[in-house]
Design a protein around this ligand. Structure first.
Ligand code: TYM
Length: 337
């Protein structure tokens, strides 16, 4: 008799990035790099979160250009569009619909506790819109639509992931198991890459140019930004995020990109100065970014290929998203079409 093969479904990943500017080294180390690393083991959906960007005003032409560039960058870091589903959030209408449903299962008090809402409303005091307030609900829908088991993100998304789990558990409690409860996946080193100018804050693409490394920065720009990176008035190179946030950030970037252990790296710099460390970090960043940039320009020169990738991605994503949305709508009590 033939042995019966049990085919197990691969676990699923969903993650996303906003096309609100050129991604930073923080986005790369905290999230994008892990997307590539996990691609073989999981069934992966990677989304360009364009709907999320309009919680802050966007210039239409710029948003369009940045979105296309983001897709080219995802391909350039090595994500194979056959193996992974790469898509624009706005091409899959189920995201907006799921967000409405979940809005009705989320409390105002929960949303007002979100630190990102507090930060962004302070930064954009003239435009504290309802989308900004319910942003985490849209994000919860993104994840739940795909029944994702794992969500690889940086540490700044922890609170959003927690609320996603809360909403999913609440919904499941009311209607029996509709949604998979997702887990976060955070890198051991680099879950929070810090600003080069204010190393107690996270590196962010919306901060002044000198405070972050953009994935498309040229070698000259990388070296200049590294030279200007804030350190401290001591000379000793050691890992101590509390007292030496600038130096520790540079060490973390170095370890994350080379894969070397912190102890070895600190030992190798024991007789060296901050200038040497900055040069070494600049070198590994340039080595990492160069091949990505070459690939990026190649993909950007082939618009029809990019278009075929986003069309196929939207179709594949919609099929899964529709399945979950219909299930949730049926449970709530809407009449089936
Ligand atoms: P976004 O676009 O701000 O960032 C994309 C990813 O990069 C990570 N990240 C960082 N990691 C380490 N250090 C940093 N300095 C740093 N800055 C950013 C973020 O944690 C994130 O993983 N709301 C999300 C996008 C989103 C999403 C989703 C993510 C929409 N729907 C569903 C996961 C699942 C955001 O604004 O990421």
């Amino acid at each position: 008799m033939e042995p019966t093969a049990t085919v197990q479904r691969k676990k699923r990943i969903l993650s996303g990035i906003q096309p609100s500017g050129t991604p930073t080294l923080g986005n790369y180390i905290g999230a994008m790099r892990n997307w590539k690393m996990l691609a073989d083991e999981y069934d992966c959906f990677y989304m360009i979160a364009d709907l999320h960007t309009i919680t802050v005003r966007q210039e239409p032409a710029k948003l369009r250009a940045q979105s296309t560039q983001m897709l080219a960058l995802l391909l350039a870091i090595g994500l194979d569009p056959e193996q992974n589903v790469l898509f624009f959030q706005s091409h899959v209408h189920q995201h907006a619909e799921m967000a409405w449903l979940l809005n009705c299962f989320t409390y105002m008090g929960e949303m007002s506790r979100m630190t990102q809402f507090k930060d962004k409303s302070a930064k954009h005091a003239d435009n504290i819109n309802c989308g900004l307030f319910t942003y985490p609900v849209l994000m919860a829908g993104d994840i739940l639509l795909y029944q994702a088991d794992l969500v690889p993100v940086g540490a700044d998304q922890t609170q959003h992931l927690e609320i996603c789990r809360d909403i999913a558990n609440r919904f499941n409690g009311l209607y029996s198991n509709v949604f998979t409860i997702p887990e976060g996946y955070y890198p051991k080193l680099g879950a929070r890459v810090m600003s080069l100018q204010e190393p107690t804050r996270k590196m962010s693409k919306s901060d002044p140019d000198d405070s972050f490394i953009g994935l498309l920065d040229t070698p000259d720009v990388v070296r200049r930004k590294m030279r200007r990176a804030v350190t401290d008035s001591e000379t000793e190179i050691r890992y101590d995020p509390e007292n030496k946030p600038g130096v520790s950030n540079l060490l973390s970037i170095y370890c994350a990109l080379t894969g070397e252990s912190m102890d070895n790296v600190v030992a190798s710099f024991s007789s060296k100065g901050y200038g040497d460390l900055k040069n070494a970090v600049a070198d590994v960043i340039i080595d990492t970014l160069s091949p990505i940039q070459t690939e990026f320009h190649r993909y950007m020169a082939d618009k029809s290929y990019l278009e075929s990738v986003w069309r196929t991605g939207a179709e594949r994503a919609s099929r899964i998203a529709e399945r979950t949305l219909s299930k949730a709508m049926k449970k709530i009590g809407f009449v089936a079409k």
